[in-house]
Every structure is written in C-alpha cells, then in structure tokens.
Design a protein around this ligand. Structure first.
Ligand code: SAH
Length: 204
C-alpha cells in the first residue's frame, strides 16, 4: 500500500511513510472488510460513514507539515485511522466525533493499540475544542459548505488547516495558513467526503 499507492503518487516524506507502515489499517475496518483493508479506496464503517482512502489520508497529513512537538485537532474521528497516523507524527492529537458509537469505539481501539497521546471527545466538531486551543494543525475529515469560524480562531500563529469544503458529491480540499494573525487559503485537490453534520443530523 505504501509503495504503490502513496510513494508512487509523489509523497516522499520519510517519517510520514514510516507512520503508514506502523499503523495497521486492517485494525480500523469492519471485520467483513479486512480482506480489502490495504486496497486503494475508502471503505464503509458504522453509521454510514467511511474510512478515507489511504492516499487522501497521506495527502492531507503531508499538507499539514507536522513537527514532533505539534498539537493537532482532528474533526471526524470515524474509524480512528487518521488520528493514529497523526499520533505517530506529533506530540498530541485531539479528535472529535459526532456519533457516540464511533467515538467510543475509536477511544477503545486507541487504548488497545497503546496510544497515550490521543484525546477523544464525542460532540460537534464545528465548534472545535476551545479548552485545548490553539492548535498547530487542524484536519477536518467531513465537509462543511463553509470553513467553520471557530476552527479558524483556534488555529495557532504559524498553524495549518486542511479541510474539504463544498456540498456533495464533490468538494475541494482547502489548505489554510495563519501568519501574523491573517489567514491565507489555497484550493489543493477535488475530493469526496461525507458531509459535516450538527447534532440533529443537519448538514453544515
Ligand atoms: N478520519 C476518519 C474519517 C471518517 S469520515 C477516519 O480516519 O476513519 C468523517 C467522520 O466525520 C464521520 O465519522 C462523521 O460521523 C464525522 N462527523 C461529521 N460531522 C461531524 C461533526 N460536526 N463533528 C465531528 N465529527 C463529525
């Protein structure tokens, strides 16, 4: 998977490739999908959500240019796979999932796998996690139609955020950088993500 799907598409960061070798994707998928865990595609998880395609996880992580001491916020824990990759590369990972079932399942898995630098919360990630802000990097793995204001506020000086923006079925990944209090954004890739929803299930 690492060689043919990630390296072959131009991701060269050695630490990032190592992280993908360390995290076993088959532990994050439903039992019936284990035979497909290393395929080049997203897969269904519970609550009609998905674990993202490995290359997209790699592309988004690469765009964040993580350092070992970075504090990272993820919106949309889902299976927990992306959070585990982040935890291999940074100091601390805060991840929020709106479905209680998914959030609890991921929390249990992180503990079984021995991760001590991932903190999970069940709730609406649109609001971010102000108690732990600011974050050096923010990654959003569900798509709102507009970039949530609270997330922009919770980005540290010098911070990076990667987020899919737009309405279904196709959105754009947008990379934001905060310098001297100002945010610059750049569209980087067309993608397909599940929508960001609020606690009543309504799309943002
Ligand atoms: N990063 C995940 C991808 C999961 S798909 C992985 O590696 O598996 C995106 C997830 O975002 C879904 O689990 C969905 O339930 C969640 N989500 C949608 N809206 C949300 C919100 N407002 N706050 C937090 N999570 C949300």
């Amino acid at each position: 998977m690492v060689k043919t799907q990630i390296e072959a598409r131009g991701i060269a960061d050695k630490k990032l490739l190592e992280a993908f070798r360390n995290v076993e994707r088959h532990k994050f998928v439903l039992p019936e999908y284990i035979p497909y865990a290393y395929n080049d595609s997203p897969l269904p998880i519970e609550e009609e959500q998905t674990i993202s395609q490995p290359y997209i996880v790699a592309f988004m992580t690469d765009a964040l240019n993580l350092g070992k001491t970075d504090k990272v916020l993820e919106i949309g824990t889902g299976s927990g796979y992306q959070a585990a990759i982040l935890a291999e590369l940074s100091d601390s990972v805060y991840t929020i999932e709106i479905f209680e079932n998914l959030g609890n399942k991921a929390r249990k898995l992180f503990s079984e796998l021995g991760y001590k630098n991932i903190w999970c919360k069940v709730g609406d990630g649109f609001q971010g996690w102000p108690e732990h802000a600011p974050f050096d990097a923010i990654i959003v793995t569900c798509a709102p139609t507009k970039i949530p204001e609270p997330l922009q506020e919770q980005l540290a000086e010098g911070g990076r955020m990667i987020i899919p923006v737009g309405s279904s079925p196709v959105q754009h990944l947008v990379l934001l950088k905060k310098r001297k209090g100002k945010i610059r954004e750049e569209r980087v890739l067309p993608v397909r993500f599940v929508p960001m929803i609020d606690t009543s299930g309504k799309k943002y």
